[in-house]
Design a protein around this ligand. Structure first.
Ligand SMILES: Nc1ncnc2c1ncn2[C@@H]1O[C@H](COP(=O)(O)OP(=O)(O)O)[C@@H](O)[C@H]1O
Ligand SMILES: [Mg+2]
Length: 244
């Protein structure tokens, strides 16, 4: 049986007098890689920030495991069970090791347990040689892998990825994609992936929701949405016809 990890209900997000999101209902199932696709400006990043509690909805509710989290009850505790990777990685001004150790330190881990956990995560992302390097001297691809290691090390239940490979070369993009796939399959993370890359959506996601001008136009299993979109706007986007 499916189990919802996150749900949006009657969501509205307004900036000034403009509604940038109006979503009646959107459900994220546990263990899935759920893709959010749509043209630039359709509200994808705003939606992720609302799910991640960085941004408050103007109206409507957000449920995490059935509990209403839009009321801000226990926000920090909920946020610690989530993780976000952005398009442009922001590195703390210290070593790669310390960047990855950070989330564990704030959770109270110290000593050999901390070191072993950090090293294991660096290894899975092919970063073990870079442990002592200053993080701000890394290449874009390396930095994005550190950003991923930094959040994976905390074992989040939900991983939010906002266009995580759009600034990367194909090699690093493939490494990130492989990692996302394996954490989803082997560690059971639920993933919400924002992308405007249809090929990446096809390779990675189980389910696709198509956003257009802040509205959920259609959604379904990825192969179905890509092969038989019902709405002309989705079809145009999937064909790559839309110029944005
Ligand atoms: N902080 C903000 N203040 C005002 N408008 C914003 C803000 N953030 C986003 N927007 C607007 O909301 C709309 C959706 O933006 P965004 O969620 O970034 O779209 P996407 O990620 O799909 O490109 C855009 O029109 C954008 O200009
Ligand atoms: Mg965006």
């Amino acid at each position: 049986m499916n189990e919802a990890i996150l749900e949006l209900d009657s969501l509205v997000k307004r900036f000034g007098s403009r509604d940038v999101l109006q979503v009646e209902r959107l459900v994220f199932q546990k263990g899935r890689i759920h893709g959010i696709i749509g043209p630039s400006g359709s509200g994808k990043s705003t939606l992720l920030r609302i799910l991640n509690l960085i941004e408050k909805p103007s109206a409507g509710r957000v449920f995490f495991h059935g509990q209403d989290i839009s009321l801000n009850n226990g926000r920090l505790a909920v946020q610690r069970r989530m993780a976000m990777v952005f398009q442009k990685p922001v590195m703390f001004n210290t070593t790669v090791f310390e960047n990855v150790a950070y989330g564990l330190k704030v959770r109270g881990l110290r000593g050999p347990a901390l070191r072993d956990r950090v090293r294991a995560e660096l290894k899975t992302l092919g970063l073990e040689q870079l442990e002592n390097q200053a993080a701000r001297t890394l290449s874009g691809g390396e930095a994005q892998r550190v950003a991923l290691a930094r959040v994976l090390v905390t074992d989040p239940e939900v991983l939010f990825l906002d266009e995580p490979t759009s600034n990367l070369d194909p090699h690093n993009a493939a490494l990130i994609e492989a990692m996302v796939r394996s954490v989803s399959r082997e560690r059971g993370f639920s993933v919400v992936l924002v992308t405007h890359n249809i090929f990446q959506a096809r390779r990675l996601t189980d389910w696709l929701s198509f956003l257009y001008e802040g509205k959920l136009i259609e959604e379904g299993p990825t192969p179905e949405i890509l092969a038989n979109p019902r709405d002309e706007r989705t079809a145009a986007f999937v064909r790559g016809d839309t110029v944005y």
